[in-house]
Write a protein that binds this ligand. Sequence first.
Ligand code: UDP
Length: 325
Amino acid sequence: MRVLVTGAAGFLGSHLCDALLAAGHRVAGVDNLSTGKLANLAHLTGESRFELIEHDICQPFDFGRVDFVFNFASPASPVDYMRIGVETLLVGSAGTRNALEAARTYGAGFLHASTSECYGDPVEHPQSESYWGHVNPVGPRSVYDEAKRFSEALVMAYHRYYQVDTRLVRIFNTYGPRLQGSDGRVISNLMTQALHGEDLTIYGDGTQTRSFCYVSDEIDGILRLSRSEEHLPVNIGNPVEWTILECAQQILEVTGSSSKIRFEPLPQDDPVQRQPDISKAQRLLGWEPKIDLRTGLQLSLDYFRRSVERGERATPALSSPPQAG
Ligand code: UDP
């Protein structure tokens, strides 16, 4: 098969390209490098089955016949999408439409990278696919959340009105090598800070929760979904839930760092809790994650060490509410 991957130079996009090449496919990767990095694809130089096309998918495109489209182009870390909010909304709308048009033109399969952010700051816990979410449509995170929710609606519309063979994965927090040390996410920031011997920044009191999935598990789930017939959203994430403080403790232990913890204001609308209900993925795809947080952090350690040696720094949150008093 010839497969198109948008967002190919990103964290998940680049791992997806590797997995598709390993499965024997030809891969055309598209990226405008707004948040993706060429370094994530450097090891594919000389791979004749891979081509990288530098293009912004918000502009219409036709890169020739494809059998399957994975639509992974979007800023994904809160620091990035708040910095380029309008671009984030556009890639989720115009960009997703252009990617869907490629699938429609060539009768290709289509899988869209959606997100647990569709559930917003969830009131239902854990989150199953039937939950409609609790999203602030005008808050600072809305540029991402509503882009992704619009994308889901557009993907379903292309399926219902144009019979495009679509799939929707709701990705929960994923980590591993190629997560940029400076992208401001919790694992990137805390690993980078721990390895520099700097204070670990914990936003709020650290009791908010996330459920962290190692990248190889996430990619395995996504590929299984791409081979399935399911058109409605499927959660792919690790259901083991950690407080941010517990996550920081794991990072201190894995890095052997003696960094201290420093509490900082919680960004507006930061979800209090997040945990996927993965029973649908278990039932439909026979999928569940295999790598626990401790093991995944150990598997990521060398990568973060190298990125710190290159001088990568943690990035503070962009939109903190004014401090009380
Ligand atoms: N967080 C933190 N310190 C950091 C970066 C993030 O305490 O240096 C918190 C953040 O406030 C959130 C959680 O960690 O509660 C996960 O944040 P991340 O940016 O990784 O992704 P999110 O799940 O919010 O999209």
